[in-house]
Design a protein around this ligand. Structure first.
Ligand SMILES: C=C1C[C@]23C[C@H]1CC[C@H]2[C@@]12CCC[C@@](C)(C(=O)O1)[C@H]2[C@@H]3C(=O)O
Ligand SMILES: O=C(O)CCC(=O)C(=O)O
Ligand SMILES: [Fe+2]
Length: 346
């Protein structure tokens, strides 16, 4: 059985795209390497629209309408926010404070767990940084399964607190993702076999990504996380109470996804877009930065076994994507980034 880490190991990122900026050295201006004179993105409409209300629905998972609303949101937006999901707020807050504790370490300590070129986990810039000329105002910490190895390096005598928190959170995220996918796939009307493929509890692949966006002296000329779509099936994001997440809406441009206390932003990834035969759009999103606040977000990514076959569900008579293995798609994405989907169109 191949793991997701192995697929990323076989698709290394060059070293200079891994080390984040040394944010301890920022002295009131953004260095040339991180100044984005104009952002490179669809239509070049880079300004954020200040929408009073985010168009993305906020759905109460305990409400009798939840099913319909989730199905509709997936078809219309490829995204929704979920509240009353059963994950204790106390745990979510603890994940944020443990993440802050990690990112508050001095740069040289964080770099002791720097992700290596052929690894998927550890401290570093987001993988997508290699597709952009300018650096991102961001540092991340990626966890796949246990994080004991790295945590022991950072806190030899006090690693348990961090690991226990991340483990407990990953378990909750796994269950919640499972419940949400069950609803989403039921509204799609897929076979039991396909359901097991997308939603298996034992050999599925998951990753936890801690994102840190330090305060930035010139936020209008920097980018936290450049526009991208998430690669796997479903992403559950907690953006706490500081806004920054934006989505690209046709006809509207970039719009903020307002933080809602205790909510998770749920979004369709490339694999679910493919499996739904493009019935569910995959939403392009980015993270912007802030002049006074240090923003933290935490994303959980869920995917099927990477050795399995990926194709639109058999319920679609005219599949618009060619079949391939999950690991082949992940490799294509690491090589061709936003063009990967169009490469497998029929
Ligand atoms: C399980 C995943 C999903 C990854 C790769 C791997 C670990 C880290 C994830 C992210 C996190 C930050 C944005 C992104 C675009 C990135 O650069 O790294 C994500 C990517 C993807 O969704 O493609
Ligand atoms: O920080 C955010 O709001 C977005 C993070 C994100 O898109 C990701 O981790 O894939
Ligand atoms: Fe993302």
């Amino acid at each position: 059985m191949t793991t997701l880490s192995e697929v990323y190991r076989d698709n290394p990122v060059s070293d200079h795209h891994i080390t984040p900026l040394d944010f301890d050295l920022i002295d009131g201006r953004v260095p040339e390497s991180h100044l984005w004179p104009q952002f490179v993105e669809p239509g070049n409409k880079t300004q954020t629209r200040n929408l009073q209300d985010s168009p993305i629905p906020v759905i109460d998972l305990t409400s009798p309408d939840a099913r319909n609303l989730i199905g509709q949101a997936c078809e219309t937006w490829g995204m929704f926010q979920v509240v009353n999901h059963g994950v204790p707020l106390e745990l979510v807050n603890k994940v944020e404070s443990e993440s802050r504790r990690l990112f508050a370490l001095p740069t040289h300590e964080k770099r002791t767990v720097l992700r290596s070129a052929d690894a998927a986990t550890g401290y570093g810039s987001a993988r997508i940084s290699s597709y952009f000329e300018k650096g991102m105002w961001h540092e991340g910490f990626t966890i796949m399964g246990s994080c004991v190895g790295d945590a022991k390096v950072l806190w030899p005598h006090d690693y348990q607190r961090f690991c226990d928190t991340m483990d407990a959170y990953q378990n909750h995220m796994k269950l919640l993702t499972h419940n949400l996918l069950l609803i989403i796939l039921e509204t799609l009307g897929v076979t039991q076999e396909e359901m097991n493929w997308a939603n298996s509890t034992h050999d599925s692949q998951g990753a936890l990504q801690l994102n840190s966006y330090p305060s930035c002296p010139n936020p209008s000329q920097a980018v936290g996380l450049a526009p991208h779509t998430d690669s796997l099936l479903l992403t559950l994001l907690n953006q706490n109470d500081i806004s920054g997440l934006e989505i690209f809406v046709d006809g509207l441009g970039w719009s903020q996804v307002q933080p809602v206390e205790g909510a998770f932003v749920v979004n369709v990834g490339d694999l679910l877009h493919i499996f739904s035969n493009a019935k569910f759009p995959v939403v392009s999103h980015r993270a912007m930065v802030n002049q006074s606040k240090h923003r933290i977000s935490v994303a959980y990514f869920h995917g099927p076994p990477v050795d399995s076959r990926l194709a639109p569900s058999s319920k679609f008579e005219k599949p618009c994507f060619k079949p391939l293995l999950v690991k082949e798609y992940v490799s294509l994405k690491t090589k061709h980034f936003s063009k990967a989907l169009s490469l497998i169109r029929t």
